[in-house]
Design a binder for this molecule. Sequence first.
Ligand SMILES: Cc1ncc(COP(=O)(O)O)c(C=O)c1O
Length: 362
Amino acid sequence: MSIPMVDLKGQYESLKPEIDAAIIQALGETRYILGPNVQAFEKEAAEYLGVKHALGCANGTDALHLGLLAAGIGPGDEVITTAFTFIATAEAIRYVGATPVFVDILPGSLNIDPYQIKAAITAKTRAILPVHLFGQPADMDEIMAIAHENNLAVVEDCAQSIGSTYKGKRTGSFGITGTFSFFPSKNLGCYGDGGMVTTNDDAAADAIRMYRNHGSSKQYYHDVIGYNSRLDELQAVILRIKLKHLDDYNDNRLRVAKTYNRQLENSQFKTPQIGDDRDHIFHQYTLLCDDRDTVRESVLAQDISCAVYYPVPLHQQKAFADTEQPDLPVTEETSRRCLSFPVFPEMTDTQIETVCQAILRA
Ligand SMILES: Cc1ncc(COP(=O)(O)O)c(C=O)c1O
């Protein structure tokens, strides 16, 4: 039995009549840019996340860019972040002219280590950019306390964490801004690129609205040089339908992860650890293993998908060769040992069992 990392076709088939009808209706309405579905989705997403404003944009990378701009981060500023993430997290720091300062992660959650954040603060530090990696919230109490004590902004990268909670609050509602991706394979994925920025701050919301739309708050009047980064109307149609199923999708991902954990708990693999007071939504199910590449080849040979997120941490990427090269032992070891396995809401018990057997055989 061949098992993919995600089953986008299966999910589409289950929603096809509703999605197809809603797209045809939106096509007929012809309000293709920032139309009624974008506006409705923004309202529904803000309610779901418990924030004052949710603003659609073109993708999760732009969301980070807009989120940093709205937080007032610019040239000369330092932003403390993790190197164990997708490159967009730190690319966006560069887009605003600031410098990423990479610090180490915690060996359990693989999220940024608050103790290391504290140690990295300098006179130039202006913001902390935690990533809620693989769907598990970072240590937000500690991060918000450090930010408060040092007068720093917090921009949350929630690309992988939509719907997850920390002490009952959704990720994306803690910082000055929270940034989301609707890349198709995300827990809430559209059928192309899409993104969103959240905030409880009215001035930040105005700034995001302006920057995403050519620096304009009134048509053909431009206050700043902005960008063309709007959420597409047809993607908003799809997102509105899928948002209603998000909690169910996340619960099912948790079902898969819990079964994996049970079946693998006495194996040589280190299973994901979930911190207290938070919900993990398992965007990825990632094991740590000693002989990662051998395990990977064996699992792939059994026709089961698996993938390495991320093989090269950002401080070791060529693109960041000009930044300071810190020693990040936990990050570097995790990059050598991590391996992610299929996790998607539609996974059947037989598929889960087949993956576990393939891992154990490996
Ligand atoms: C942690 C993280 N940040 C940012 C992004 C960027 O999102 P997008 O691909 O929508 O630009 C991603 C997407 O893969 C991501 O995983």
